[in-house]
Design a protein around this ligand. Structure first.
Ligand SMILES: Cc1cc2nc3c(=O)[nH]c(=O)nc-3n(C[C@H](O)[C@H](O)[C@H](O)COP(=O)(O)OP(=O)(O)OC[C@H]3O[C@@H](n4cnc5c(N)ncnc54)[C@H](O)[C@@H]3O)c2cc1C
Ligand code: SF4
Length: 336
């Protein structure tokens, strides 16, 4: 591994000052780092680089910023510091009581060891897992090259929705749950602070194939704010993997909804593993609105087929998505 400069920021202002100091470096050369399980343990160790994606020269550690660690729970929702570990979310009594959907999604991630040092900010902002992207020999579009190897290569686990130019699927389980929960990202940067709803935080390849979020090169996520679900809301989290042990989602479903006389009143459904961004299945939500959930769940879930454009080897994921949405809704309705 090549050497790099490491700075421990003590405050958000210090981290922003460091981003300002190194503003003249090319995009990707300066990165904030959480647990480093992806950035240091993956990208930098495995030489994932290309002309549009240099190996970082400067890392700004934000786990040394006290105010970015921990969960603050209020009556109307939670504020979670970006440097909070996944284990803290899994173990939090408040989370399990008030936002169990997020706690369950975090629990489904990787192994206890990785969850102990992987942060929620790092999980949401981790780079994609496409095996060509992670391979040193493939200078694909996402690294600044001029080809997508998934189009002609093995695309079993690639996107079935919204792929274009690049067909990654978003790897983060917490991002899928947070999109369903209508969370917002708090962002600090050289030009000031801003807040962006998860509905618009992630960007697909059409907008910019080199990035997966709206973050500019001199910005980082400081917190996530998550509203609590309405009283009595049903919720569900299902993640389908290829292996029993830890693995990324082939398809995952996060949902919450309110019910009146057996009918879908309000709610959201988000899917992981199917699109370059955590995907809001609005087409299914719309098909359920005001309808008897038990009677409509199958047909409404099948509406995901109308927005799916599978690749040569992954049409099976369309069937999985339709089945998993239906199962998650019905289990949530009957169970919690
Ligand atoms: C074997 C293995 C299995 C895994 N399985 C799963 C899984 O099933 N589900 C899943 O969701 N994930 C999975 N992961 C990914 C893992 O959860 C992430 O590596 C981890 O959450 C990243 O956290 P980190 O703090 O270590 O991130 P880092 O490696 O520190 O950072 C990751 C990326 O996010 C950026 N970043 C970090 N913090 C911020 C911030 N606050 N603002 C902006 N950008 C930021 C960094 O610059 C970097 O590009 C797996 C990883 C491994 C190694
Ligand atoms: S899907 Fe995206 S990341 Fe994978 S090879 Fe194609 S361009 Fe690269």
């Amino acid at each position: 591994m090549r050497g790099f400069e490491l700075y421990d920021a003590g405050t958000v202002q210090e981290a922003v000052a460091l981003l300002r100091k190194f503003a003249d470096r090319p995009p990707g050369a300066v990165k904030v780092v959480g647990g480093g399980s992806d950035l240091v343990g993956g990208i930098m160790k495995d030489w994932v680089a290309g002309k549009g994606m240099p190996i970082p020269e400067v890392l700004i550690d934000i786990t040394t910023i006290k105010e970015l660690s921990g969960i603050r729970m209020a009556a109307d929702g939670a504020t979670i510091g970006a440097a909070t570990t996944l284990t803290e979310i899994v173990d939090s009594k408040d989370m399990n009581e008030k936002l169990p959907l997020l706690a369950k999604s975090a629990e489904s991630i990787a192994s206890p060891l990785i969850r102990n040092f992987g942060t929620v900010g790092g999980n949401i902002n981790q780079r994609p897992r496409c095996w060509f992207f992670r391979g040193e020999d493939f200078n694909c579009y996402k690294k600044g090259g001029d080809f997508c190897y998934a189009v002609t290569g093995d695309n079993r686990y690639h996107a079935i929705i919204g792929g274009e130019l690049c067909y990654i699927v978003h790897p983060s389980d917490t991002a899928t749950a947070l999109l369903a929960l209508n969370a917002k990202a708090k962002i600090a940067g050289v030009a000031g602070d801003r807040e962006v709803a998860f509905d618009s935080y992630f960007i697909g390849p059409r907008e910019d194939v080199l990035r997966e979020t709206v973050l500019k090169k001199d910005e980082f996520m400081t917190h996530v704010t998550v509203p609590t679900m309405p009283a009595g809301a049903k919720w569900g989290w299902t993640k389908l993997k290829d292996r029993e042990v830890y693995d990324f989602a082939v398809v995952s479903v996060a949902t919450w909804f309110t019910v009146e006389n057996g009918q879908w009143k309000d709610g959201r459904i988000a899917l992981g593993g199917v699109a370059p961004v955590p995907y809001r299945a609005k087409v299914v939500e719309d098909a359920l609105k005001g309808k008897d959930i038990k009677a409509t769940a199958k047909q409404a879930s099948a509406a995901i087929r109308t927005v799916s454009r599978p690749m040569s080897m992954n049409a099976f994921k369309v069937d999985l998505a339709a089945g998993l949405i239906e199962r998650t809704i019905l289990e949530a309705l009957g169970g919690k």
